[in-house]
Write a protein that binds this ligand. Structure first.
Ligand code: M6R
Length: 365
């Protein structure tokens, strides 16, 4: 049931504060200020030598954000690949390795094949899935559920942010178990995660500004998304969302890669969307924006109040999100890129919930 919304995708975008809160309630003890996982893992975080994350599409981008979290918060080496590459690479896997599969449907053929490969090669196998009865959920040793509820729109939105909520909780649990985070770090991060539903509510209020921006995007043929660190996967996700539902060509790039090729594309037409919360590497992204501006490029900046004050670059639009600890920013910055793709697609008149050529779950290779 779409309720009062025109599309399932719009409904699912707006459900995010609720379903993120619902998911986190199963992972956080807000009163005690600690992580409390809904299941006891069959492995010991402290003795893991490596984490391999495997997924497809948007779920892969959630895994890519998680790589930054697990490395930073738990000092756990992470390798990540899309399932269709991982399974045929037949990678060597360490003795004490955890393989983590991320999937909304739990039925993606390549992801499932990757899981079976890891099982056969002695890995601990965990899954972050939204459909509890799915094949991936059944075959994993341990399942960390996302509680996003049924996702109908082909473009994944609420499943993505719920995956991030679960993965962030796991990274904090791993950080504690591996002795890299102290009790106070855990408290601070749990509080930050607990603030997410409220931050997403505030971010959803930016929708009228995003609608105006979508009118600009609907006029162009190409869009470049840039981000650094954990904003890089959000740039990739923004580009994927836009292309899959509006059919506008979009690419996501690590901001530092700009001068290694894509800078040749900069002109007065193609919008460059920069995802840049004010964090330790913000200044680096500002220099990339200067490179774009110097070539007459049109910059659309998603940042916070500190970023807006510090970015000494002319932009076409600066969209100011609420201030928040940088660890949780990927979850919140996912929301405006979803809204931008959605409103652009609506203006283009595409079939938003059932875009051409795409299936909700890819059960063939
Ligand atoms: O069900 P899964 O999470 O395994 O699906 C993975 C991808 O097929 C999926 O995320 C796809 O990229 C979406 N259409 C993205 O919006």
């Amino acid at each position: 049931d779409r309720g009062n919304y025109r599309h399932f995708m719009a409904k699912e975008i707006h459900e995010q504060p609720e379903v993120i809160g619902h998911t986190l309630a199963h992972y956080l003890d807000l009163t005690a200020g600690c992580i409390r996982l809904p299941v006891t893992p069959s492995f010991d975080w402290a003795s893991l030598d490596r984490l391999s994350i495997v997924a497809c599409g948007t779920a892969y981008y959630a895994g890519l954000v998680a790589k930054y979290w697990f490395e930073r918060l738990a000092r756990l080496p992470v390798e990540i690949d899309v399932a269709s590459e991982f399974r045929y690479r037949e990678p060597p896997l360490p003795k004490n390795g955890l393989a983590l599969f991320v999937s909304q449907s739990g039925e993606t053929a390549d992801t499932l094949a990757g899981l079976r490969y890891c099982k056969a090669h002695g890995q601990h196998v965990a899954a972050v899935v939204n459909v509890p009865t799915s094949s991936i959920a059944r075959e994993a040793d341990v399942v960390f559920p996302t509680l996003a509820g049924p996702e109908i729109g082909v473009a994944s939105t609420k499943a993505f942010t719920c995956q991030l909520a679960v993965l962030a909780s796991l990274a904090v649990a791993a950080g504690r178990a591996r002795g890299h985070l102290g009790i106070d770090d855990e408290k601070r991060l749990v509080r930050a995660l607990g603030d997410l539903p409220g931050l997403v509510v505030k971010t959803l209020r930016l929708e009228p500004r995003i609608v105006r921006l979508a009118r600009e995007i609907a006029k162009v043929e190409d869009v470049l998304y840039l981000g650094r660190g954990s904003s890089y996967p959000i740039a990739l996700e923004g580009a994927l969302k836009l292309k899959e539902i509006s059919y506008i060509h979009a690419e996501g790039y690590a901001a530092g890669e700009l001068k290694h090729g894509p800078i040749a594309l900069i002109d007065e037409v193609m919008p460059v969307i920069v995802i840049a919360p004010f964090d330790a590497i913000f200044e680096k992204t500002v220099s990339n924006m200067q490179e774009v501006a110097a070539r007459g490029g049109r910059i659309i900046l998603f940042t916070d109040s500190r970023g807006a004050a510090a970015a000494s670059v002319p932009t076409l639009e600066t969209i100011v999100l609420p201030d928040m600890p940088s660890e949780i920013a990927p979850l919140v910055y996912a929301v405006p890129v979803q809204m931008l793709a959605y409103h652009t697609a609506v203006l283009m008149g595409t079939d938003v919930d059932q875009p051409r050529n795409l299936a909700k779950s890819v059960t063939v290779e």
